[in-house]
Structures are given as structure tokens and as C-alpha cells.
Design a protein around this ligand. Structure first.
Ligand code: WTA
Length: 700
């Protein structure tokens, strides 16, 4: 298929090379776990077979309470913009809060754990959640906000974040939470893209022992949005300690308001949840891709909510009496789906922890688990690797007992998996390795925990009703057990799939469908496999192993960062002529970015330039994107047509042999760069690169 300049099509011919991998042994769920599980039907995958599609998903819709029933399960008339449960009227806030009051009013919806260990945790019951969501919805409505308006949040991990989400959902306001660790500028560009006139933030929050002045970011965000052409009229500021201002940055009169002050007028007010169409948008979640511009994944109310509800019940196996703790940040999709919407829809008690897992030491998570009686634990491989490194025996010191555990966001090495199983899970807890994306709303590849055995390093088969397929470059299916990798796609739509990229229908079609679409005019879903953007290999037993992104996105500690975004941040430093960012393998974070820059003629290389490049990255994106190294190079390795060979740089950064570079325009520079990075005498290893790094730079 022809490539056009600004598409995100990928060429991954190397993905088809054989992937050598020792098959891991299975682990079985315990009889005790199986006996209590929500989903015990051994035929569940057949019940959600393609021959039953799409009607099988009625069962998901039935888990929700509807104001008006839907008429059509799946409407494909505007393919590939799928519409689920069309004709129905529903409200997400009602489903997550109101409908639980009859049975669970006094049960904790959230238990908030502040980072400072001497500050008490705070339980918020469903009744209290109802009161707070209603008062806030009344306030938002009083400000003139209504269904379809967008509001951007830049909030930390505090209960006010889900409360604000649910207040928006009650009115049909589309929320767009930007991860709290992103910079003010990154927030500003997302405000602009979504067209938000209101920003919700918090004065400060605890992170690694300090109370951070977060309000400062709001001022930067508003300015950045304005420069791009989007005015923000109001900044609504939650106070970390109500009644006290925890930031030093002044409030701007007429623009900035303390939420707690405004709320005084709305005490005791209730707002009827608006009966919204099923396919109304619930929220936007920005994510990185091949280009420098983040894309706003738009998720629907009914399809999304039904999907996260069913998977929270069947895969996370949450029962109302469980205490569930997902350590992800609500600022990412995992938090939206599996801290807020999914668990609340099934009346879970969910722990919300403000801070860093290793603060003040690597025993913290296990103390929280012991004290609060957590029995379902959900985290990412980066946290597992970090906790293992800093406190391999810490879990033994605490008396918590997990029945099930989850991992999400990155591939997990079998070794880290086994520590998680043996030490954290104490050989009792099942592990579900959940593979999915911002765009997919919920799990794609996963074991149903009481039914499928676990296999370290593999996520498992497709989730119920998800039918993955691996295609090679020509669109031929890569058979299971072949040991060959390719592009993993999903054959069919499912209720949790994003609706579109906010404001960019073309990019949605190009990014996810154009490579394997069989007929652009087709209204038949069979012609529109969804391309996930990951390389994968399927073992003979049907289990998938995910190899990582193929679109120049680096997965840093489970956070998706676009290398083009980092490169354009580097170019804001005037001395920088060219920048190239590559992934380097890291023991704890999985992958981290390394930066190569060429400076303009006449400028002397200096530490000062390097420092300013790092600062620029932190300002434009955030500290999470901070590079491991910045190298100033005499020139970039280039093809004769002038393209930077990022793959050569990736090999150098990862201490690998660069291979044959004689066809480059400037092969000599490669040795100079190699010596700079690896040292004059360093001998690069011949070992193969991890698949995602080996493929790096091919998506251009
Ligand atoms: C990666 C996070 C291996 C993958 C929910 C995907 C994983 C990207 C797994 C999406 C897993 C996620 N095993 N890799 N269990 N889960 N990934 O959008 O590369 O932040 O494409 O969504 O994370 O990241 P995102």
C-alpha cells in the first residue's frame, strides 16, 4: 500500500522475522479462586464467538441501567465509526453512583490514601459520593456548562478527580483529564485541541515527600492554550486541604476560583442525571502516536461503560465485598476504565493512593494493602520491577492476602512475573496480564482468570468477544505457532472501542484501519480490522505475546510518549539544528528515551545546550519524558535521501552492533557517534535487539 506523508502507516517487514522465545510453563488458578469467581463458564469464549457477534454483547449492555432501551446493538452505517446500542438513553454517573444507593449507600466507594503516611486515610461512601457529585454538577450547570461542552482537567490522584469526572458525566459534559505529571504546556495544547473554555485543577499535591505547587501549571497551560488560539475563561481550583491555599502562585481575579468557595452556594443541591444518547461522548483521553500531535481518543457513554463494567466483573473479578486497589494514575486510560468507571459501575470499594509506590520505602504498598484489607491488586510492570529491586522481601513482612492481581501497560518479563506471583501474590493470587490501549477502552488480550491458565510473559487469548489476528505486511494472516511476528489487529468492533479521534476523522481511519481495510466504502465490519500498533506473536496454544509499539512511540514506565513530540521539544532550543530520539532498554522503566542532537554551525557544543534541551523536554512534555542521556553529535547518520537513520542510533544506544552502514550518505559519522556513546574500545554485543527497538524508526 502506498505511503502518504502524514499518515501513521507502518512498515514492519522485520516484524515478520522469527521471534525466538522459550515457551514458559503454565500456572493454574487455585480451586479456591475458581470457586468464587464471577465468570466460571468454560465456554465463555465460544459464547462470544464471531458467529454470535454482535448480539453477544447484549449481555454487557444488560449490566447497565437504562433510561430508555436501545434498539440496535451495532450500527455500521458510518463504518468504521461504529455506534453501539443505538437508540438507548443512559447516564454514566447514574450507573456509577445513584443506582447503588438502595443497597450500598454506606459502603465505601473510595478509600483515599494520602502520600504522607502520618495523614489518615479517608473513606467516601456511595452516599457521600452521590452528595458531592450532585453539588458539583449543580455548580457546573450554574456556570452554564452543558452536554457536549468540553472541560479539561489537570488533576492529581485525589478523590476530587473522579468526583469531577462523574459530575461532568451527569450532565453530558465531555471531560478531558490530562495526566497530572504532564507539563503546563502539554496541558495547554490539549486544552486547545479539545476546545475547552474551563480548566479544573488543584492547588497542590504530595509527590515523593513534597507538596508540589501544581497551580503554577494552570497559568502556563492557559497561556499556552491562548497562544494556540483557545481562550480559557475559568480555572476552577480544588484545594488539597479545603480552606487553605497550598500553592504559592497567585490566583488570577475573575479567572481563577476556588471550587470550595463556589460549592458553598450549592450545598445539598441535587441534579437529575441527564438521559443521554448511548453514543454520546463520555470523555477524551489524549495519547501519542507517530506524528508530533497527540490524538484525543473519544469514548462513548454506553459502549465504553458497558465494556469496562463487564470486564471489571469478569476479568478483574471484583465482587461488592472486595477491596480493590489499582495503583495506576487516573490521568491515564487504566485509571479511567479500571479505577473509576468499571469498578464504580459494579459498586466496588476502590483504593485511591495519592503518591509514589516506593514512598517512603518499598514496603508502602504492602502496608496499605494490609491496613485496608486489599484483596485485588492492579499495577504495571515498572512498579513491579521497582518494588522488586528496592524491596524483594518486603511483601513477606505484611499479612495482606491477594486473591487476584493484574499487570498492565507494558510487556512483563517472565522473571518479574514470577517475583510478582511468588512474593507479592504469595503463590495464591492469580495474575491476569491485561493487554490493551487507550483507544480500546478496555482489555483486548487477557486470560479469564478462573478458566485459563496463566503463562508468564503472555497476555493470553483475546478477551471474550475480542478476536485478534496477526497480519504480515501483505495482509496475510500469520498462523499461530509459526514463531513469526506481525501486526496485531482485532477482526471485529467491540463496545469499548473509541469512536473517533476528536476533531480528526481522517486520522482515525488512516491510523487504525487504512493498512488492512479491504474496501474503503464497505459498511461491513469484516472489512475493517482494527490495527492496534503493536507487534505480536501467537504461540501454538493461542496465547499472544505482545512485543511492543511499532509506531515510534516509546513506552516509558507504561507511559506512551511520542518520539516526534520529544524531538520537537528539543528543536525549541535555538542552537539545535536536528534532533533524534530513540528508545533504550532500562532495567526498571522498560524503555527510556535517549536524545541525539546536532547543533547549528558556529555554535560550540556545551553542557549548557544539553541542560537546556532537558529543560525544554520537561517544559513541553513533562518530567516523565526526561531523557537518560543527551548526546551532541557532529552529524546525524543519514540515508542518501537525507532521512535520519534512527535505527542506527537505537543500536548504538542499546550497545548493539550497528550492522552494515556503508549505504549511508555519511558512514564515517556512525563510528564517531559509536565511540562517543559506547567508548572507544567498547565492544557492542551481537545479541538481537528487543523487537520494538529493532523496528524503531520504520514508521516514518
Ligand atoms: C503496551 C495502556 C504488553 C502496548 C492500557 C500498547 C502492553 C500500549 C500491555 C498502550 C501488556 C499495554 N503487555 N504490552 N499487558 N498493556 N501494553 O495507550 O504496547 O497507555 O500498545 O494503554 O501499551 O498504552 P496505553
Amino acid at each position: 500500500m502506498a505511503k502518504t506523508a502524514n499518515t501513521e502507516l507502518t512498515e514492519v517487514s522485520e516484524a515478520q522475522i522469527a521471534v525466538h522465545w522459550k515457551e514458559e510453563a503454565y500456572y493454574q488458578p487455585s480451586e479456591k479462586f475458581k470457586a468464587q469467581a464471577n465468570m466460571r463458564d468454560p465456554h465463555i469464549l465460544e459464547k462470544f464467538g464471531l458467529d454470535k457477534f454482535p448480539d453477544c454483547f447484549r449481555e454487557y449492555a444488560d449490566m447497565l441501567t437504562w433510561f430508555e432501551p436501545y434498539r440496535t446493538v451495532l450500527d455500521t452505517s458510518d463504518a468504521p465509526f461504529w455506534k453501539w446500542f443505538v437508540g438507548g438513553k443512559i447516564n454514566a454517573s447514574y450507573n456509577c453512583v445513584d443506582r447503588h444507593l438502595a443497597k450500598h449507600a454506606d459502603k465505601a466507594a473510595f478509600i483515599f490514601v494520602p502520600e504522607p503516611e502520618d495523614q489518615p486515610h479517608l473513606a467516601i461512601t456511595y452516599q457521600e459520593l452521590y452528595t458531592r457529585v450532585n453539588e458539583l454538577a449543580a455548580l457546573l450547570s450554574g456556570l452554564g456548562l452543558k452536554a457536549g461542552d468540553r472541560v479539561t482537567f489537570h488533576m492529581p490522584m485525589v478523590p476530587e478527580l473522579p468526583i469531577t469526572m462523574l459530575a461532568c458525566a451527569r450532565l453530558g459534559i465531555i471531560h478531558s483529564q490530562v495526566f497530572g505529571g504532564f507539563s503546563g504546556q502539554a496541558c495547554g495544547s490539549r486544552i486547545h485541541d479539545s476546545g475547552s473554555r474551563v480548566l479544573v485543577t488543584m492547588d497542590g499535591y504530595w509527590r515523593n515527600g513534597s507538596l508540589i505547587d501544581h497551580k503554577a501549571n494552570a497559568d502556563i497551560a492557559v497561556r499556552a492554550a491562548k497562544d494556540l488560539g483557545q481562550a480559557v475563561d475559568k480555572v476552577l481550583v480544588w484545594q488539597r486541604y479545603p480552606g487553605t491555599y497550598s500553592a504559592k502562585t497567585p490566583m488570577v481575579p475573575g479567572r481563577d476560583f476556588f471550587m470550595n468557595d463556589l460549592l458553598k452556594e450549592y450545598t445539598g443541591r441535587t441534579v437529575e442525571p441527564v438521559a443521554l444518547p448511548s453514543e454520546g461522548p463520555l470523555f477524551l483521553m489524549y495519547s501519542s502516536g507517530t506524528t508530533g500531535k497527540p490524538k484525543g481518543a473519544q469514548h462513548s457513554i454506553a459502549g465504553y461503560l458497558s465494556y469496562v463494567t463487564a470486564t471489571s466483573k469478569w476479568i478483574l473479578d471484583i465482587h461488592p465485598e472486595d477491596v480493590y486497589w489499582c495503583m495506576a494514575d487516573i490521568g491515564w486510560i487504566t485509571g479511567h476504565s479500571y479505577i473509576v468507571y468499571g469498578p464504580l459501575a459494579i459498586a466496588a470499594t476502590s483504593v485511591l493512593y495519592e503518591g509514589v509506590p516506593t514512598f517512603p520505602d518499598a514496603g508502602r504498598p504492602w502496608r496499605i494493602a494490609e491496613r485496608l484489607g486489599v484483596n485485588i491488586f492492579h499495577t504495571a510492570p515498572t512498579a513491579i520491577r521497582m518494588l522488586r529491586k528496592l524491596g524483594p522481601q518486603e511483601p513477606r513482612k505484611y499479612k495482606y492476602r491477594f486473591k487476584s492481581m493484574t499487570t498492565v501497560g507494558e510487556p512483563i518479563e517472565p522473571e518479574a512475573w514470577r517475583w510478582y506471583y511468588d512474593e507479592v501474590g504469595k503463590r495464591e493470587a492469580v495474575i491476569t496480564d491485561t493487554w490493551w490501549l487507550t483507544e480500546t477502552g478496555g482489555f483486548l488480550g487477557v486470560t479469564v482468570p478462573a478458566i485459563h491458565p496463566m503463562k508468564p510473559g503472555s497476555c493470553g487469548p483475546g478477551a471474550p468477544g475480542i478476536h485478534p489476528v496477526i497480519y504480515d505486511e501483505t495482509g496475510a494472516e500469520v498462523p499461530k505457532g509459526s514463531g513469526k511476528a506481525g501486526n496485531i489487529c482485532i477482526r471485529n468492533p467491540w463496545p469499548g472501542i473509541m469512536q473517533t479521534i476528536w476533531g480528526d476523522r481522517d486520522r482515525y481511519v488512516k491510523t487504525y484501519f487504512s493498512k488492512y481495510n479491504r474496501n474503503p466504502r464497505s459498511k461491513d465490519w469484516r472489512d475493517w480490522p482494527f490495527m492496534c500498533g503493536d507487534g505480536a506473536v501467537q504461540a501454538a496454544d493461542g496465547y499472544y505475546r505482545i512485543l511492543g509499539r511499532i509506531d515510534d512511540v516509546i513506552n516509558v514506565a507504561g507511559h506512551r510518549l511520542g518520539t516526534k513530540e520529544i524531538e520537537s521539544a528539543c528543536l525549541t532550543v535555538p542552537e539545535v539544528a536536528e534532533a533524534a530520539v530513540v528508545p533504550v532498554a532500562d532495567e526498571v522503566k522498560g524503555r527510556v528515551p535517549e536524545v541525539y542532537i546536532a547543533i547549528k554551525p558556529g555554535v560550540q557544543p556545551s553542557q549548557d545546550v544539553i541542560d537546556r534541551v532537558i529543560r525544554a523536554i520537561e517544559e513541553v512534555i513533562g518530567k516523565i519524558a526526561r531523557p537518560k542521556h543527551v548526546y551532541i553529535v557532529p552529524d546525524m547518520p543519514k540515508t542518501r535521501s537525507g532521512k535520519i537513520m534512527r535505527r542506527v542510533l537505537a543500536s548504538i544506544s542499546n550497545r548493539r552492533d550497528v550492522g552494515d552502514v556503508t549505504t549511508l550518505a555519511n558512514p564515517d559519522v556512525v563510528e564517531q557517534i559509536r565511540a562517543l556513546v559506547q567508548g572507544k574500545d567498547a565492544i557492542a554485543t551481537k545479541e538481537e535487539l528487543p523487537e520494538d527497538i529493532a523496528q524503531f524508526g520504520q514508521a516514518e
